[in-house]
Design a protein around this ligand. Structure first.
Ligand code: GUN
Ligand code: FE
Length: 458
């Protein structure tokens, strides 16, 4: 290809939120993609370089102009999905966390030792999440190594950006014999094997991998000290992301305090598991000291508002975390939450923040009812779902900036059956953005792009 000749130029109006403070409306901009799938230029109308680039793209058949009512937004980033729990979505939410794990979840996850089951479920999961606009997912897999590689294959085949962890859990008192690593040693060997094999997968380009491995202790109660310590060392040795569950229910927080005399964050830090590439699912009961520690280490929280309503019985202190500068994003927590859509998770996060702010007991006077912590705005909510998630993962995704990967959705106003509609003369660009964030559904998502390639079209 001639130097500077674009792989593709898209022209249209985009919305993005590079910071939680402001919406940027990029009206009629040209988005220039290079051959690797990165955004090389973002050019406003009238930019002197634009005519030549657009013409070159047109001549090469590489120009795409968005239609009226089509809007470009960054792809959604889901920071917490349990891939093997996909068949359980929307059911079995009648028990507290510690019962739910033993009664429903561990038996289901054990079934992935069967590769045919894994293949069928994971193919369907990845295709469905992409269609819902989720271009990047941080996945918990299961204990067995092979099914996690089958999940990676599905992500590569469908073109979804993913970070995947082999779940490590060896504690004989909290994990059933039919579903656990049989020692810290075998858990560490399995994790090491998984990381090496995922990195060697032929379709996973070495210099620009679409799928990354993650060191994944399930949570402190499921793991022995020896395993936690070994996983901290392994994450450093193999230069990996880390994910785990953190401070997610009263039972879980109490368990960790009793066993280790510390909060989850303090204990994880002692084991070397709090790094700038750590994502802590939930973190609902973190203290001010924990937030300070997370900020110091660069560890992020994945707020999962639906599972908060079932397993935490409390709302993650998002405002406090944001004010402290802790990295934050959103997760569906499939299947601890009942929706697979990150748009739904974002809307639930917004509503939960309003309920927490306002309070819920109508018998109390208004000024005594809520936390008074400022609720999320629509702009902040969208930032969490996109750029916030990208920052939490330390990946160049979630906004339309030069050098970032081109992961994007084309969202269509007025699609048949969709509630996302605009009316001539009625909606400003900012209002169209608000409507998109609060009403866009599956039928409004016309195209899904990951790493500069269209992976799905309506
Ligand atoms: N804590 C430990 N395992 C799990 C899980 O599978 N889901 C949720 N929501 N919390 C957990
Ligand atoms: Fe979870």
């Amino acid at each position: 290809m001639i130097k500077d000749s674009p792989a593709l130029v898209l022209i249209g109006t985009a919305f993005h939120t590079p910071t939680p403070a402001a919406l940027e409306v990029l009206e009629d901009h040209a988005f220039v993609l290079d051959g690797s799938g990165a955004l090389s230029r973002v050019l406003p109308p009238g930019h002197p370089d634009r005519p030549a680039l657009v013409e070159a793209a047109r001549v090469a058949g590489r120009l795409k102009e968005l239609g009226t009512g089509d809007y470009l937004v960054p792809g959604l980033v889901d920071l917490h999905v349990h891939a093997p729990q996909w068949p359980q979505l929307g059911k079995a939410l009648d028990a507290p966390l510690e019962v739910w794990l033993q009664k429903y979840t561990f038996p289901l996850e054990a079934r992935y030792a069967d590769p045919d089951f894994a293949r069928a479920v994971y193919d369907d999961l990845v295709a469905t999440l992409l269609a819902l606009g989720t271009t990047t997912v941080l996945y918990f897999g299961s204990v067995d190594v092979e099914p996690n590689l089958i999940l990676a294959e599905a992500c590569l085949r469908h073109g979804q950006r993913a970070l995947i962890g082999k779940v490590a859990m060896d504690h004989p008192e909290t994990c059933p014999d039919f579903y656990r690593d049989h020692s810290a040693e075998t858990a560490l060997a399995g994790t090491r094997d998984f990381i090496a094999r995922l990195r060697e997968m032929a379709a996973n380009t070495k210099d620009n991998p679409l799928v990354l491995p993650v060191v994944t202790p399930r949570f402190i109660p499921s793991c022995t000290d020896e395993l936690l310590h070994g996983l901290g060392a392994l994450a450093e040795e193999l230069d990996c992301h880390v994910q785990t569950h953190c401070s997610e229910s009263d039972w879980e927080v109490g368990h960790v305090h009793e066993r280790l005399g510390a909060s989850d964050c303090e204990a994880l830090d002692r084991f070397g598991l709090l790094t700038d590439r750590t994502v802590l699912a939930h973190s609902t009961f973190v203290t001010d000291g924990d937030l300070t520690l997370m900020k110091a280490k660069g560890a992020a929280a994945a707020h999962c508002p639906m599972s908060n309503a079932y397993f935490a019985n409390a709302v993650f202190p998002m405002r406090k975390a944001m004010e402290k500068g802790v990295e934050v994003g959103l997760g569906t927590d499939i299947s601890g939450g009942f929706s697979a859509s990150l748009f739904d998770a974002a809307r639930h996060a917004l509503m939960a923040s309003r309920d927490a702010y306002n309070g819920t007991d109508p018998a109390l006077p208004q000024e005594e009812r809520g936390t008074g912590e400022k609720p999320l705005s629509t702009i902040e909510t969208f930032w969490l779902a996109t750029a916030g998630g990208g920052k939490a993962l330390s990946l160049p995704i979630g906004q339309f900036a030069e050098g970032y990967r081109f992961d994007a959705l084309i969202v269509r106003a007025g699609a048949p059956g969709s509630a996302f509609r605009t009316w001539p003369g009625s909606d400003t660009p900012g209002e169209i953005f608000e409507k998109l964030v609060l009403t866009a559904d599956r039928t409004a998502i016309a195209e899904v792009w990951v790493d500069g390639r269209r992976r799905l079209a309506a």
